[in-house]
Design a protein around this ligand. Sequence first.
Ligand code: ADP
Length: 363
Amino acid sequence: MSKVNREEIISFLDDYNKDDITIATLGSHTSMHILKGAKEEGFKTAVVCEKGRDIPYKRFRVADEYIIIDKFSEINSEEVQQKLRDLNSIVVPHGSFVAYAGLDNIETIFNVPMFGNRDILRWEAERDLERKLMTESGIRIPQKYKNHRQIDGTVMVKFPGARGGKGYFVASSPEEFDETIAAMLHRGWIEEEDIKSAHIEEYVSGCNYCIHFFYSALKDEVELLGMDSRYESNIDGLVRIPAKDQLDIGLNPSYVITGNHPVVMRESLLPQVFDIGDQLVEGAKKLVPPGMNGPFCLQTLVNDDLEVIVFEMSARIDGGTNTFMHASAYSYLLFGEFMSMGRRIAREIKSGKEEDSLDKVIT
Ligand code: ADP
């Protein structure tokens, strides 16, 4: 199927009443501060919401319009797309939007102007593309092992698909890898065919910082807007059990995200943080034009050599931005007012409108 046609998207945008733009998104993930931020910048807002899941938007009064659908995936239907265009909508993609609408559909049939670069979403979803983008941008990522026989230190083993860290495990030798795989097969956690797609990488022992950047294509500047650290089940519960009991109960760790803490980094690490953000933006411009427009997130671990090592990237707004629906330490430094990632997106759209260059920030 052919890709969404840029000329067609631009022609929809040309037909929009620019004084009556709606900022719309799917009701999940980071939609509350996307919508709230849009309102703060003077836009109308719309939420595409699965039946029965409208309560937060109503109770927090963040949406002006509700497009209620039976299933999230119906956001792709021609009827919903038409409703969105009739509202002069610019859609903000987030993690749940990508998961429910589906990457293929976003690339081929979702014909509504979208904030940011829709082509870059695939680069975060496919591990090889993600690694290519980070390596070619010159970013330090965990070393990858070709196969389990090469394991010569502590490694983290990951399986593909949206498992949210479920079934990830740590091993320190080929034998330990084999033992854990056998136990997982026995418990039915993985299938025989999953084994060959196991991704084995260096285990980075350090502290977790997920860094939220915004690249303004209009100003050609990378902004640091916030940081969070993940609260993951059951690993964060496991570490509250004394070590000797941990061994007794024999629970396997999992890394399923359940929430986020706001965090700040040691100030002397910030030059590294800006370098990494700038490098990724430059790399993305070359590999996936027009680049990393808008929000992106680098999930990092900082080791005791004070190296910032990136193990994962989001090429769109990341869930950890929910830790600053008002302001983070960094967004306050930069803006001196309440500035969430949602509001930052809306402000970019507003600047695009005022400078008559909305086409630079949408695809
Ligand atoms: P998912 O995207 O499926 O949620 P992630 O790649 O974000 O999975 O990893 C889940 C968690 O596993 C991370 O938050 C971190 O705690 C841990 N983790 C991931 N990669 C590494 C690594 N290379 N070294 C140490 N811990 C890691």
